[in-house]
Design a protein around this ligand. Structure first.
Ligand SMILES: Nc1ncnc2c1ncn2[C@@H]1O[C@H](COP(=O)(O)OP(=O)(O)OP(=O)(O)O)[C@@H](O)[C@H]1O
Length: 262
């Protein structure tokens, strides 16, 4: 279902310090937002806040599903939150013993009715997702035995199988080789664009942000932020100041790339 998000006066904070804000911005259905900024500027804290996992600070987060009333993220029930919002953390919590297939099936939990076994639709979604992320050959493997990149693909497969309205990802390219970075971010961006959903990803890769996101939120160490169209925010001067490192942009036949100066 097409969905937008509106953020009002959001102040990001930890229990001991204010990090960033107040910030106000809105995302339209189909938008892909990259959250950029130096280490410790609050990117992960923002993702947690958008997921409704405890607002640190204050502000208002409103989901705007097409043709129905706005929903305040902080007042969603756990069931509503799980069916609308999916998140892949940077460091997945210690996993329970499970196969790859079972782990991806966990993404279907928000769709299950109480006391109901997985449906044929659930199995079909899991099989399709495993195929999409080239994980079929690993389906029966114990999660603990996988490589870092394989585990990251399983985590993203579970998110795709969940089919939420909002996809939140912290450093999605972590551990992925170059081909999988492009394939997986391409898959996510295409789905979000086609289904008019939302994607928010925290990343340190400016080039992936430029390639797959149409909106950027740049957090700076002084607690300021810049939000806007990717092409307006991804500018050498702004990036160099935000990262305290000279960053050049180079235009090539396949697009613009950003390179830190040595
Ligand atoms: N529960 C907490 N208690 C105290 N400080 C915290 C807590 N959670 C996060 N912080 C601090 O808040 C700041 C922002 O953390 P956050 O993880 O959001 O940064 P980030 O931009 O995602 O960083 P990175 O690029 O390193 O992943 C950091 O200085 C972190 O140490």
């Amino acid at each position: 279902m097409p969905i937008g998000l509106s953020v009002h006066d959001l102040l990001l904070a930890t229990p001991s310090q204010a990090l960033c804000g107040p910030m106000s911005f809105s995302l339209q259905p189909g938008d892909r937002l990259a959250v950029l900024g130096q280490n410790g500027t609050g990117k992960t804290t923002l993702l947690h806040t958008l997921a409704g996992l405890g607002i640190a600070g204050c502000g208002q987060l409103l989901l705007q599903p097409e043709n129905s009333a706005e929903l305040d993220v902080t007042s969603l029930s756990p069931q509503q939150r799980a069916s609308r919002i999916g998140i892949v953390f940077q460091h997945e919590a210690e996993q329970m013993p499970a196969s790859v297939y079972e782990s991806v099936m966990l993404g279907r939990l928000p769709h299950a009715r109480r006391w109901q076994w997985e449906s044929e639709t659930d199995h079909q979604v899991v099989r399709n997702t495993l195929e999409q992320l080239e994980l079929q050959a690993l389906a029966d493997r114990d999660l603990a035995s996988l490589s870092g990149g394989e585990k990251q693909r399983v985590a993203i497969a579970a998110l795709l199988a969940q089919q939420p309205d909002i996809y939140l990802l912290d450093e999605p390219s972590n551990h992925l080789d170059i081909a999988f970075q492009l394939k997986i971010l391409g898959t996510l961006a295409e789905r979000v664009r086609n289904q008019q959903q939302l994607l928010v990803m925290a990343t340190h890769d400016i080039n992936l942000a430029n390639r797959f996101c149409n909106r950027v939120l740049l957090l700076t160490p002084d607690g300021q932020h810049h939000f806007g169209h990717a092409k307006d925010i991804l500018q050498s001067e702004l990036l160099s100041r935000a990262f305290n490192c000279a960053i050049e942009s180079v235009d090539t036949s396949i697009g613009r790339f950003f390179i830190p100066q040595v």
